[in-house]
Ligand binder design. Structure first.
Ligand SMILES: C[S@@+](CC[C@H](N)C(=O)[O-])C[C@H]1O[C@@H](n2cnc3c(N)ncnc32)[C@H](O)[C@@H]1O
Length: 195
């Protein structure tokens, strides 16, 4: 079974309990989105939205559209239940095959380790953004905490280990100028602008 298929099955199997399994610190998410500095009236892509934890925070930036995609149809179903807002467009989609373009900002929050093909991810990220577009990879925890959580028997099969942000950012340099790196006990962020 390929990685995307096993990832989809894994997240489908836990979608109904995801919101009770995970605690997301709202203040940290606000801090992350302050750094993101999303301009009003942006078209925003929420890659691997899960149950949509980021959506209320993204809507505060007054976008024209939030497109929220995820591989797992059961995570998307839960996201749709959680966020009934006509500014948000949900779609079940594998990001590697997602073909919409022209986004001003794309974010993968708490999801990047589940993308195994990093070069493919970066290529696709660049294609989905407009010429001035920005991306952000963000976690409201340290890489040590994330890697520790991903060491369990089942989850290890659907998660790649996070390297330090400086090393991991090298994947992005083919298509982006990196201008934010955070790699602390509290957060992990890689962000930049399309070249
Ligand atoms: C750890 S969850 C995080 C979800 C959400 N961002 C959050 O913070 O609660 C990772 C999500 O990535 C999604 N995912 C993994 N690979 C994907 C892919 N290739 N395309 C789209 N979504 C993907 C999974 O289905 C899952 O919902």
């Amino acid at each position: 079974m390929n990685h995307c298929q096993s990832t989809k099955e894994y997240f489908n199997s836990i979608a109904n309990k995801w919101d009770t399994m995970c605690h997301h610190d709202s203040e940290k998410i606000s801090a992350i989105l302050t750094l993101a500095n999303i301009k009003k009236d942006s078209r925003v892509l929420d890659i691997a939205t899960g149950t949509g934890v980021l959506i209320p925070h993204l809507l505060k930036t007054e976008p024209t559209e939030v497109k929220a995609i995820d591989l797992s149809e059961l995570m998307i179903a839960q996201a749709q239940k959680n966020h009934d807002d006509n500014q948000v467009r949900f779609q079940v989609a594998n990001f590697y095959e997602f073909d919409q373009t022209g986004f001003d900002f794309a974010i993968a929050y708490s999801a990047y380790p589940h993308f195994w093909d990093k070069e493919g991810f970066v290529r696709h990220l660049a294609e989905s953004l407009n010429s001035q577009g920005r991306f952000m990879i963000a976690h409201s925890e340290s890489k040590e905490t994330i890697n520790g959580r991903h060491s369990g028997d089942q989850v290890r099969k659907v998660s790649a280990s996070l390297k330090d942000a400086m090393t991991e950012s090298n994947y992005f340099k083919a298509a982006f100028d990196i201008d934010i790196l955070v790699d602390t006990d509290e957060m992990y962020i890689i962000s930049g602008k399309k070249k």
